[in-house]
Write a protein that binds this ligand. Structure first.
Ligand SMILES: [Zn+2]
Length: 359
């Protein structure tokens, strides 16, 4: 080992240990906290991050349950979304220094293709894998990453909040502003407003001056959604959200529908749109397939956006929002060893906001 990497690794407070903790999915629904080999010093173009916080997302639940179509091998270190501190850098890395706080992009994009060069990282033509889903993720003490895939955390944003930037905030930022192009004064329907991305969407939409209608599954969540600033909250278990949205909008419908629930709500969300309205979706937690009325689609001139992940720019925008005071809603913080308790809570839809795993 030579050069800056060796110097950095020898500094006190970085990680001289040869083993580290890693939360490892060993079988479907079976996660163990294992001692595994620590990564080598970062190579050229790489940084080594000491992980401080992980954000849980539905993709973690999918991964934990097991997905027949996902190409991957167990054991697999979990964790898709993370914040940490630079522990060491490769000899040629000048963009970040040891001790700086960063979040990491959650997919190993190529950095070379047209989409990557244009900053549309989530449309990379050669994306290798999603961290924590296809390949080893962030739920470990140390991880080596390409330096170009980390984004610095601004002063005043803590690790817990920053850990929500790469997936939760980044995804919502991309959905609302790159895809649906939500504008001040427009009305948006946010489905499942109590979820990690639902709470983020409510706050981001209110922050630009949109009117927010949201759905939740119980009255306690309704109170919390109102406290976040939602203008109208509908308990979808006791009321038909389609009819209420029509009433609230004087039969016109909303400008934008924010979807991630899937079959249970998708056609209802379409019905809530005004003519020419936009539906943006990033998830399908209630299933995979629906039947759609094509007459309605073209006569009403709906625009439907599929959205997955975000760009590096969106992560920077998300962190900037946090620094300006628009922070994520945190449901629970659990220690590393209780990761599965967090997953159980997320799967059971008991959450209001994000679940964070701390190191
Ligand atoms: Zn690429």
């Amino acid at each position: 080992m030579t050069g800056a990497a060796a110097d950095t690794l020898n500094k006190p407070g970085t990680a001289p240990a040869r083993t580290m903790r890693a939360l490892t999915l060993v079988a479907d629904r079976k996660i163990e906290l294992l001692e595994v080999a620590a990564p080598p010093a970062p190579g050229a173009g790489e940084v080594q991050i000491a992980i401080k916080a992980i954000g849980l997302n539905h993709i973690d639940v999918w991964g934990w349950r097991g997905m027949a179509f996902a190409k991957r091998k167990l054991p697999l270190i979990v964790g898709v979304e993370a914040a940490g501190e630079i522990a060491a850098v490769g000899s040629d890395v000048t963009s970040v220094k040891p001790g700086e706080r960063v979040v990491a992009y959650g997919a190993l994009t190529c950095g070379q293709c047209k989409a990557c060069r244009e900053g549309r990282d989530n449309l990379c033509e050669n994306v290798a894998s999603i961290m924590g889903f296809h390949v080893d993720g962030f739920a470990r003490d140390l991880v080596n990453m390409p330096a170009r895939l980390v984004v610095k955390i601004p002063d005043g944003v803590n690790f817990r909040d920053a850990a929500c930037a790469p997936v939760a905030f980044g995804t919502v930022q991309h959905m609302l502003f790159d895809n649906a192009k939500l504008e001040p004064g427009e009305t948006i329907l946010v489905q499942a407003g109590g979820s990690g991305i639902g709470t983020s969407a409510i706050k981001m939409a209110k922050a630009i001056g949109s009117t927010v209608i949201t759905t939740v599954g119980d009255d306690a969540k309704a109170e919390k959604a109102k406290a976040l600033g939602a203008d109208h909250v509908i308990n979808y278990k006791t009321e038909r959200f389609e009819s209420i949205v029509r009433k609230l909008t004087g039969k016109k419908g909303v400008d934008v529908a924010f979807e991630h629930v899937g079959p249970d709500t998708f056609n209802g969300s379409l019905l809530c749109l005004k003519r020419g309205g936009r539906l943006v979706t990033c998830g399908s937690t209630s299933g995979q397939s629906i039947t759609m009325n094509l007459f309605q689609l073209y006569l009403q001139q709906y625009r439907i956006f599929g959205s997955f992940g975000c760009s590096l720019r969106n992560i920077g925008e998300s962190l900037a929002k946090m620094a300006a005071g628009l922070t994520p809603v945190i449901d629970t913080e659990v220690p590393l060893a209780e990761f599965e308790r967090g997953l159980n809570r997320l799967e059971g839809r008991q959450v209001f906001g994000k679940i964070i795993v701390t190191f």
